[in-house]
Design a protein around this ligand. Sequence first.
Ligand code: 6PG
Length: 245
Amino acid sequence: MSGSIEVRRLTTPQDLFQAAADEFIRSAAEAVQKRGRFTVALSGGSTPRNLFTLIAANAGNLPWSQMFFFWGDERHVPPTDPDSNYRMANESLLSKVAVPATNIFPVPAELPDAAAAAARYEQTLRKFFATDPGEVPRFDLILLGMGPDGHTASLFPETAALQEKSKLVVDNWVEKLGTSRITFTLPLLNAAGEVVFLVSGTDKAPALHEVLEGSGPTEKYPSKLVKPTDGQSIWFVDRAAASLL
Ligand code: 6PG
């Protein structure tokens, strides 16, 4: 099966979060039923907080002990930092559900060297998925957001990580932020069984139009480069974000 792209248009942000929560729960239940476990990489930023809160409130009967949590990207900060994607997910979801701590795999972003943190996380993934050399782990679900500049995960426009073709996780210097991020690479993102994008708000409308309908250079809109080779992409967008489609 080649990759498929689906756009689900919702009216309000709350409609979007509810629809995405329903898809998360569906995907998790299906994965556990078919494969005995659910592997998911969470996104960061602010949008997912509302999704995670909804999942925590609506998914009490999910098989949490068979669900395994990772992060598609992380800021180069300790897990206690207000900017930490792990901290946000732990506060809004993981601390509220019965997922065992051994099922949660934060990026070791507290390490002073971002490249070492990325390399260690890659080893964590390879060990967990028991991949052969050269094999790319296949997540059941990868959640992603999109910035107003078209970035996703920490793959920012015209940054070095966009060129990575063999590593699974890299440190990526982001000049405009003046910081390194730790991020999944395109080979890992595009090996997923399912990618779900959450895009909400007027400020995302120009980039969303370019990503879904434009013919501009993909380097300037990295989200255009995420198309699972043998999986599906579902874009959950609200009316404001979709206003230029
Ligand atoms: C991060 C995210 C990043 C995020 C976008 C959109 O670490 O910030 O992983 O890729 O998804 O910046 O963020 P919002 O959805 O909060 O606008």
